[in-house]
Each structure stands twice: as structure tokens, then as C-alpha cells.
Write a protein that binds this ligand. Structure first.
Ligand code: FE
Length: 187
């Protein structure tokens, strides 16, 4: 079927919009200041200071998190940023153990559910327990996604998609900078 002049025009506009969007994303990434990952000053929870287990972390304001987190952790965990693909510590990491929230130390994922998604971010097909994370609709950047948040401290972790492997079919696409791996023989 031949396309009308109107259809051709609309297709061209749509293609231009897509190109514009991709260019904008690339420019934003290039412009972002991504400091090198550093272990400097980190404690067991991988933050600048130890977080008390008694703290109601969801009530803490940005000034608190700026003191607790390194700049790169703050950018992703508190501002919803995304580390560049294939840049994170855990993309190809295969050691057994648990992955804790870098901000509060909560147990989030097991190495048993980690898989190579090829996306450039650590990927898991399940969470370590059903109450470990909270999910929230995210319509930023013109996309419809489901954001994954640490249930204990509210840190942004990444997004979950429905194109993961069996048995769940889920792909939790998580930023390395939000995680701290811990060897755990029980896992
Ligand atoms: Fe947390």
C-alpha cells in the first residue's frame, strides 16, 4: 500500500524525533561528570560512614546522604542517575555471595540469580527476598519503565524489565555503584 504524503511526512518527523532523542541521551552522557570509582573512605557498607541499623533512613534528607555517600554513589542512588554501560565493577563479576545496598547495607540480590544480559549492567533475574526492593513507575526520558528502589533506604538501584530468563522472566538491571558484593557461604 502506498503511503500518502501526510504519512511520509509524519514518518520523517517520527524518525527525526527518535534521532533527536538518541542524540540528546548521548550528549547528556558525554557531558556528565563520571568520576572514577573509588574505594576511598568506604566502610563495610561501602559508604563514607557506617549507617546505623536503627536509623529510619527514608526520613534522611539529601545533606545526610551527601555526607554518607561518595559523589558517584550519590549521583545514582539519590539522583536517579545511570552509570555508563560496561563501566561498573560488577558487570562481569562472577564471585559467589550477596549484593548489598551500598547506601544502607540491606541484602538485595544473590549471585545465584546473576546472569550475563549483555547490556553492560549487572543483571539479576530475581531479588533475594520479596521485600528487599520496592518498584515504582518511571516515565522519565520519554520511556515507560519500572524503577527498582531499596526498600530500606529508598536508594535508586536501576530498573526491572520483563525480558529476563526463566524462572521469573525478569531482568533487574542494576547499577554497580549501588551495590556492594559480600562473600557469603550461606548463599
Ligand atoms: Fe538501601
Amino acid at each position: 500500500m502506498r503511503e500518502s504524503g501526510y504519512d511520509v511526512k509524519m514518518n520523517l518527523i517520527s524518525m527525526k524525533s527518535q534521532r533527536l532523542f538518541i542524540s540528546a541521551v548521548v550528549i547528556m552522557w558525554a557531558a556528565a561528570d563520571w568520576p572514577a570509582f573509588s574505594e576511598e573512605g568506604l566502610t563495610i557498607s561501602n559508604t563514607k560512614k557506617q549507617v546505623s541499623r536503627q536509623d529510619d533512613l527514608k526520613q534522611k534528607d539529601n545533606s545526610y546522604w551527601k555526607k554518607v555517600l561518595t559523589p558517584e554513589q550519590y549521583k545514582v542512588c539519590r539522583q536517579g542517575g545511570t552509570e555508563p554501560p560496561f563501566s561498573g565493577t560488577y558487570v562481569h563479576f562472577k564471585e559467589p555471595g550477596v549484593y548489598r545496598c551500598v547506601a544502607c547495607g540491606a541484602r538485595l540480590f544473590s549471585s545465584k540469580t546473576k546472569f550475563d544480559s549483555g547490556t553492560g549492567w549487572p543483571s539479576f533475574y530475581d531479588v533475594i527476598s520479596s521485600d528487599a526492593v520496592e518498584l515504582k513507575s518511571d516515565y522519565s526520558f520519554g520511556m515507560s519503565r519500572t524503577e527498582v528502589i531499596c526498600a530500606r533506604c529508598g536508594a535508586h538501584l536501576g530498573h526491572v524489565f520483563n525480558d529476563g530468563p526463566a524462572p521469573t522472566g525478569k531482568r533487574y538491571c542494576i547499577n554497580s555503584v549501588c551495590l556492594k558484593h559480600e562473600k557469603d557461604s550461606a548463599e
